[in-house]
Design a protein around this ligand. Structure first.
Ligand SMILES: Cc1cc2nc3c(=O)[nH]c(=O)nc-3n(C[C@H](O)[C@H](O)[C@H](O)COP(=O)(O)OP(=O)(O)OC[C@H]3O[C@@H](n4cnc5c(N)ncnc54)[C@H](O)[C@@H]3O)c2cc1C
Length: 350
């Protein structure tokens, strides 16, 4: 079984802003990176952002692409892959939402304490089957997946599924938004009309946009594989760890493949996965780092995305301080600084 760390998204949003403020980050929101050009002397990149104030151009000695989709790395000319090798299909998109005010706080408690067993509670699985048989629930996903939140009368629902759509294609994103919102309405109706205790429940909030699990995987100096993950492989230039399973939501329809990292172990992510090929002074972090379709299904999750973000940020800062690109920087310097900042990193660094 796994475990979850429930958090309140509204508190989280403000906490992140305060952390960035305290760290001296100069923030710029409502800006969409639309292009990048190398600086004339090769000392970095000029990145163009579309904004309400017109284009904003920022010159940087090193760029970290945290767009999830590798938008900036692609604009810088980095090679990338999309989808699984056999047909190029990616994992489906999902619009998450939260349901509040059901008359069964014990249900949220149960979901929190037994994340993998709630399906049996209150005959929920049978009710889902019944609604599917009667055509009221027409979802590609076979079940309804709940997550606890910090609030006793609120749960998060991860059950819409839109297949054959790409996060780097705006027409696909548009179709996915509409499709997912129609599925949300079905689930909301199902809960209120069929599940005892949910008669007065309502959808308190849905994601600001549909969630993309997988799009471009930027090719780096090393490409992490599913084998590396399931063998809990170590690397000398490790900058982050992961222990989340291989977790592939079927790109074609229903079903999810789960394969666990051996009990009690974890795998390394080498710095080379954050350094895109054929480019200089560029790093990637989060779900667009370098790995296969299978490896990506594990390292795409939030704690690991945060760890690679931390590593890319440290590497970028050291790169600028030492006046060279990420490839010219000894990885031990990155590891030492991560450890100094409190990262729990198992390294050979002294
Ligand atoms: C439905 C769903 C459920 C999930 N459930 C879990 C879970 O329970 N636990 C877990 O750990 N993980 C979960 N994941 C995975 C995890 O949420 C993501 O993989 C993770 O957030 C990836 O982080 P990221 O920072 O790389 O990308 P993202 O979270 O996608 O962030 C990228 C950011 O860049 C911005 N951006 C994109 N393009 C541009 C551009 N061109 N210019 C400027 N800004 C841009 C976006 O607006 C966004 O803010 C889930 C994912 C989905 C879709």
């Amino acid at each position: 079984t796994g475990y979850t760390v429930p958090f309140d998204p509204e508190l989280f949003k403000l906490s992140l802003l305060e952390m960035m403020d305290e760290s001296g980050v100069r923030m710029l929101f409502h800006s969409f990176a639309s292009g990048a050009l190398p600086l004339d002397d090769g000392s970095g990149w000029r990145v163009v952002f579309e904004t309400k104030s017109g284009p904003v151009v920022i010159d940087a000695g090193v760029v970290v692409d945290g767009t999830g989709d590798g938008d900036v790395a692609t604009a810088c000319g980095a090679p990338y892959e999309i989808g699984r090798p056999e047909d190029g299909l990616v994992q489906p998109m999902t619009l998450m939402f939260r349901v509040a005010d059901f008359a069964r706080p014990d249900f949220a408690d149960y979901v929190r304490e037994h994340p993998d067993q709630w399906r049996g509670v209150h005959g929920l699985w049978d009710l889902i089957e019944e609604a599917r048989a009667e055509g009221e629930l027409r979802l590609p996903r076979e079940d309804i997946l709940f997550f606890a939140t910090p609030h006793p009368r609120e749960i998060a629902v991860n059950s819409t599924r839109v297949n054959r759509v790409l996060g780097s294609n705006v027409w696909d994103l548009t179709r996915a938004e509409y499709t997912a919102r129609r599925q949300l309405a079905q689930i909301d109706r199902f809960l209120r009309t069929r599940v005892p205790g949910f008669e007065e429940s309502y959808v308190v909030q849905s994601g600001t946009h549909v969630g993309v699990r997988e799009s471009r995987r930027v090719l780096g100096d090393y490409r992490l594989t599913g084998h590396d993950i399931l063998a809990a492989r170590t690397f000398p230039d490790v900058v982050a760890h992961g222990a989340y399973p291989v977790d592939i939501h079927n790109p074609r329809g229903s079903g999810t493949v789960l394969k666990r990292v051996p009990q009690g172990s974890f795998y390394d992510i080498p710095l080379r996965c954050l350094v895109p090929r054929d480019t200089e002074r560029l790093l990637v972090a989060g779900r667009c780092i370098s790995g296969t379709h299978v490896a990506h299904s594990s390292y795409r999750v939030m704690p690991i995305a945060m760890a690679t973000g931390h590593a890319a940020g440290v590497c970028a800062a050291l790169t600028v301080r030492h006046g060279r690109g990420p490839r010219g920087l000894p990885y031990r310097l990155v590891q030492r600084e991560l450890l100094r900042q409190g990262a729990r990193l198992r390294t050979g660094a002294d």
